[in-house]
Write a protein that binds this ligand. Structure first.
Ligand SMILES: Nc1ncnc2c1ncn2[C@@H]1O[C@H](COP(=O)(O)OP(=O)(O)OP(=O)(O)O)[C@@H](O)[C@H]1O
Length: 399
């Protein structure tokens, strides 16, 4: 934020902002200055005595609708910035510039008029700052620089969890698809468009209810820089595991049957959290959207089946529990239910059931002369199971 204002700029009668424990900032007029202490008659009719270091000047000529670019503010300090964002938000202006940075305030409701193709047409080629702040303007600038300067462009989308990064990224992608995607004469989508439409696939496998290390776009490609692997085996309220697990459980009956799935509440990797549904998200619809997106990007039916077999196998693997064997402490599947899930996981992974069991319940130690097979106890076997689930999921994601 801006440097502290010299105390001399605040005099009796000055309009100021003062920190408030409830409202963050409240405004008022200075009625008295007593050394380091300032008395302020606030608009809320409160009288506050504050230290000079907690008081910021307020622009008495601040326009009631705010300014589109924060660099035009008389004072670029925290209360000034927040006041500007708030009064713009109050008139449904969720986007504001600070120079060439776009700030988005999550509206938590659909504003479809902001993103239709008519809007895209408007931003096409418009000088940055000429139209209202919008992600399309950012995308348009990057696109034009890429074309004109022939230099790769990167758009950084940052914010805390739930701030709207995924939504903003989708807007950027849509605009780039609109600019870069040609429809060929058979009405088929171009390669560029296919790349951009791959987003639902990445969202299904790389996003969970709260996942703040998502994807990074550079130009028209998304690079994974961190998939949170531990989420595959461990989730707690109010979060969810990766969307693809819930989608597959909500797939059409023939698919649910094929992968021997069912209610997500019956799977250990999902039922550690009590959150299954997301507001406004229909997992069964998302499953079909993801399948279509996979078709569009050119993932064959056989490959799609293999992907979902792996996803289902991970869920079955998670339901394999271990107990001590009758004659020793060595782990073995606990009961018929665990055996069933182990068998199903092996079928879906297309591997030998006994080998899968051994890989979880035994450890092979290789010495110089020989290799020794050691049996694991039930707790260690459960850790091997989780480690396998995580590594398989992360390999699948990389693929
Ligand atoms: N521009 C927008 N218009 C309408 N709704 C929005 C917009 N941006 C965000 N939202 C709402 O906020 C929710 C959270 O946004 P989003 O998933 O983009 O956050 P995120 O920053 O990617 O979060 P995480 O880091 O947890 O993945 C969305 O599901 C949507 O309901």
């Amino acid at each position: 934020m801006a440097a502290k204002v010299a105390p001399s700029s605040i005099i009796v009668g000055s309009h100021v902002w003062v920190e408030d424990p409830e409202e963050a900032w409240i405004d008022g007029e200075v009625s008295e200055i007593n050394g380091e202490e300032i008395t302020i008659n606030c608009t809320s009719e409160k009288t506050v005595v504050a230290k000079i270091s907690n008081v910021y000047p307020k622009d008495p000529e601040f326009p009631s609708c705010g300014v589109e670019d924060m660099t035009k503010l008389a004072y670029l300090h925290e209360p000034g910035v927040l006041q500007n964002l708030k009064c713009r938000f109050d008139i449904n202006e969720i986007y504001t510039y600070t120079g060439n940075i776009l700030i988005a305030v999550n509206p938590f409701r659909r504003l479809p008029h902001l993103y239709d193709s008519h809007m895209m047409e408007q931003y096409k080629g418009a000088a940055f700052g000429e139209l209202s702040p919008h992600p399309f303007a950012v995308a348009d600038t990057a696109y034009r620089q890429m074309i004109n300067e022939r230099i790769s462009q990167a758009i950084l989308v940052s914010g805390e969890s739930g701030a709207g990064k995924t939504e903003s990224t989708k807007m950027l992608m849509h605009y780039l698809a609109f600019m870069g995607g040609r429809i060929n004469k058979d009405g088929e989508r171009s390669v560029e468009q296919k790349v951009l439409e791959s987003n639902p696939v990445l969202e299904a496998f790389g996003n969970a209810k709260t996942f703040d290390q998502g994807g990074r776009i550079s130009g028209a490609a998304i690079r994974t820089y961190l998939l949170e692997r531990s989420r595959v085996c461990q989730v707690s309220d109010p979060e969810r595991n990766y969307h693809c697990f819930y989608m597959l459980c909500a797939a059409p009956p023939e698919d649910v049957e094929k992968y021997k799935l069912g209610n997500p509440r019956t799977f250990h990797y999902l039922n550690q959290s009590n959150f299954y549904e997301l507001d406004g998200v229909d997992d069964s619809k998302e499953y079909l959207v993801t399948r279509t997106a996979m078709d569009v990007v050119g993932i064959s039916q056989a490959e799609q089946d293999a992907i979902f077999r792996v996803v289902a196998a991970i869920l079955h693997l998670g339901n394999v529990e271990f107990a001590k064997g009758q004659d020793s402490d060595a782990a073995e599947p606990k009961d018929d239910k665990s055996r069933f899930h182990l068998k199903t996981a092996a079928e879906l992974f297309m591997c030998d059931e006994k080998s899968l069991e051994d890989s979880l319940c035994k450890r092979v130690i290789v010495t110089r002369d020989e290799s020794i097979t050691k049996s694991l106890d039930p707790d260690t076997a459960a850790l091997s199971r989780d480690a396998l689930a995580k590594i398989v999921y992360s390999k699948l994601f990389d693929w």
